[in-house]
Write a protein that binds this ligand. Structure first.
Ligand SMILES: Cc1ncc(COP(=O)(O)O)c(/C=C/C(=O)C(=O)O)c1O
Length: 354
């Protein structure tokens, strides 16, 4: 019996030979008992992708993407990132001894993610523009200077991320009725859908979950395309949200995400920053699950849809929570009461605890 991990599913992944691996995947599937009870959803689960080696689901895509870079003889790799992609690429490139360049939107990347990209030895460039501009620039850089681009336009990234759905089914022992993901560049929802289609084609499953994408109210081009039944996405020129990981106005995988949602009878919904931050706190204080803001969006989306009466009570739902709480400590400190500082004596302690 193979352990739960990305490479448990090696036959359905493109890498030949030994992968560049940091033992990614095999993340916990938590039953959200209290939040589920509050929403009247007894079968509500969260798959905690923050428990990956660099603290986000990106590791699943990077183990395949960087393995392919090595297999193809690439001499340098690059990405633009809202943070987690750069943290993950930096770590896997270090493991593979391949030089790495990352472009970040200046001032809009959570502290933990910048720390990871720096410590893992990437060339970290902050640009005075948003993620979408950074992606345009890194694309030009790769074409003109022969670096290997590892954003989710690279299909090998999506191959690794398929395994989220595979593991969830193995852990649940059945196909969930709904899989909910936060949507930024829309690679993850597209990857999970592709993997489920492959399981169906191979005869392992005979039905697909409703693919449900959640975006921030200030950055919701996919939600608008679904609501207005558009075939083409209208990019959001000035995306804004506290959930900086999904602060993306022109998702490169939008068309794939629209297919994933429409072909499975899924849906898309937007949540406000307040709803995101409230769910981040509820997950931490009710379920003991620590996630970064963008990750809480998936569960916040289910809360909103359930309150609108759009979720059947007996649905088995897997919310993908995509990144660890530690990624964005500054947003946490801004939301919480600061620690109480006292003199180092018992009297002072008892007086504040009363
Ligand atoms: C925590 C977290 N949650 C959700 C998403 C959205 O996934 P996609 O819809 O596949 O983009 C991201 C994406 C991050 C980047 O795009 C990047 O790191 O450059 C994330 O970090």
């Amino acid at each position: 019996r193979r352990p739960l991990s990305v490479w448990r599913y090696r036959e359905i992944l493109p890498v030949q030979g030994e992968p560049v691996s940091l033992q990614e995947g095999g993340t916990p599937l938590y039953h959200l008992e209290k939040i589920g009870k509050e929403l009247g959803l007894p079968e509500l689960y969260a798959k905690h992708e923050g428990m990956n080696p660099t603290g986000s689901f990106k590791d699943r895509g990077m183990t395949v993407g960087v393995s392919m870079a090595r297999q193809l003889g690439m001499t340098s790799v690059a990405c633009a990132s809202t943070g987690n992609t750069s943290a993950s690429l930096a770590a896997y490139a270090a493991k593979a001894s391949i030089p790495c360049v990352v472009l970040l939107p200046a001032g809009k990347v959570a502290l933990g993610k910048v720390a990871q990209a720096l410590m893992h030895g990437a060339r970290v460039i902050s640009i005075r523009g948003n993620f979408d501009r950074a992606l345009e620039m890194v694309h030009e850089l790769c074409i003109s200077h022969g670096l290997y681009l590892l954003n989710s336009v690279n299909p090998y990234r999506l191959e690794g991320q398929k395994t989220i759905g595979f593991e969830a089914i193995d852990q649940l022992g059945d196909v969930p009725d709904r899989i909910v993901l936060p949507v930024g560049n829309a690679g993850n929802i597209s990857a999970v859908y592709k993997g489920l289609r492959e399981l169906e084609a191979l005869g392992f499953i005979d039905r697909l979950p409703m693919m449900t994408g959640i975006q921030a109210a200030g950055s919701q081009p996919v939600v608008k395309a679904i609501e207005q039944n558009l075939d083409e996405l209208v990019p959001e020129p000035a995306p804004e949200t506290v959930a900086t990981a999904i602060r993306i106005g022109a998702p490169v995988n939008a068309e794939k995400a629209l297919v994933a949602i429409r072909a499975t009878g899924g849906t898309a919904a937007a949540v406000t920053d307040d709803e995101i931050l409230r769910m981040q706190q509820d997950l931490a204080r009710m379920e003991g699950i620590g996630v970064e803001p963008a990750s809480a969006a998936s569960v916040a989306g289910i809360r909103k849809l359930a309150e609108q009466g759009l979720i059947d009570k007996d649905e088995r739902i897997v919310c993908v929570v995509t990144g660890h709480l530690l990624k964005d400590p500054e947003t946490v400190v801004r939301q919480c009461e600061p620690p109480i500082e006292i003199d180092a004596d018992l009297h002072s302690l008892l007086s504040v605890l009363r």
